[in-house]
Write a protein that binds this ligand. Sequence first.
Ligand code: NDP
Length: 452
Amino acid sequence: MSKFDYDLFVIGAGSGGVRAARTAANLGAKVGVAEGRFYGGTCVNVGCVPKKLYVYASDFAHRFAEARGFGHQLHERSFDWGTLKAAKDKEISRLNGIYERLLENSGVDRHWGYAKFVDAHTLDVEGKQVTAKNIIIATGGTPMMPTIPGGEHIKQSDDMFTLESLPKSVLVIGGGYIALEFAGIFNGLGVETHLVHRGDHVLRGFDEDVRPFVQDQVANRGINLHMSRTVESVEKQADNRLLVRLNSGETLTVDDIFSATGRLPNTGNLELEKLGIKTTSRGAIEVNEHYQVAEHSHIFAVGDVIDRIALTPVALAEGMFVANMLFGSSARRVNYNAVASAVFSQPEVATCGATESQARHQHVHVDVYESKFRPMSHTLSGNPEQCYMKLVVDRATQQVLGAHMVGEHAAEIMQGIAIAIQMGATKQQFDATIGIHPSAAEEFVTMRTPRD
Ligand code: NDP
């Protein structure tokens, strides 16, 4: 009989934690998990899922406008935030229940509360001590808030999902995933939307052609972009509106402000220092290729808390790897090469593999194929929006190194392209693929002439 309560204890029941716990339990391990906020973590509760539901809601507004070009007359359109929020809340609580039942049905013991280390094998969960042979830290991340005068009037991204009424005007700070997604949601729902970003282009790290392109498209949809600006201060006025001073000397007056200036790993309350576990300057846990911390080989960390790639599918893969490595007969290593991702801005951005500049650093000659076109639906909708696609190809081997897209359904299209890129497909194999006509996606297999 084991001297520990558990073979594995997982701290945090988000994407990575739940997957690790379930996988280990299904492999016969005795598993416990601690969660103090909600089952399913950020993705299910205050991230991917509710965000995408709000994006769908917002997108209808654009569709209604475009429908006129196809002969539809839509009279007396109205939108009720309360209906949307209630429907979203209902769906999220349904998913919470599913996540909890997934754990229950796998035989995982659930401990409600936050865990902290007592010693290398003992955790305290809200006053109750548990011991475990192995421990996985899967505590995720938390929004990073700007420290500026009046910062207490700024909401964080989690607050988007508890918002009881829709503001008339809003400012979003940041130029990353969340900023573009939130600005798109508000803008589509008819809110006067401003976005302030410290850089001259949004989405740092994305392909250099994609960045200005998506910026033009979201501005075209009505988002007021204030680039190369920072927020210096916020003051609440007598009418409860917020006066925002920018470093440029300009001012904006809005009803609400949301910060989307990045997220930090959640390690503050774990008492890692008791075990000598070091964290980076951002608070991330450093792990080796087996997700073990250097100081204790039985303690692992996966997901946003290790600050590698903060995406749900990556956390799932990491959690599954550790569980399989500990209790299974084989474990598939997480392939960080060409991880596809999408920004659910309106229009969407999707990307997989190398940007052009990354490819040029790694390869002598790089060919770039690109296409910019007006999607067919917009020939009648009247929407001047354009779609952009780009393939980055190593000239010597003809391998497709990266694919990038800005346009409707970019995420859905990129998932298939990502398989080809993972498999090392060449440009000739793309060319030999017959397109689906008429679709935007077929452009990815019909671009024939490299850019000069
Ligand atoms: P990002 O890192 O994507 O963006 C943060 C933005 O805030 C950047 O534009 C950054 O500017 C800016 N910024 C950072 N610090 C400051 C500051 N002090 N003052 C002003 N601006 C600042 O973070 P997000 O919060 O948007 O998202 C966090 C992560 O979550 C993402 O990186 C992604 O991994 C994941 N995510 C994924 C989604 C998806 O898959 N669709 C959706 C949402 C989140 P600069 O570029 O100059 O550094």
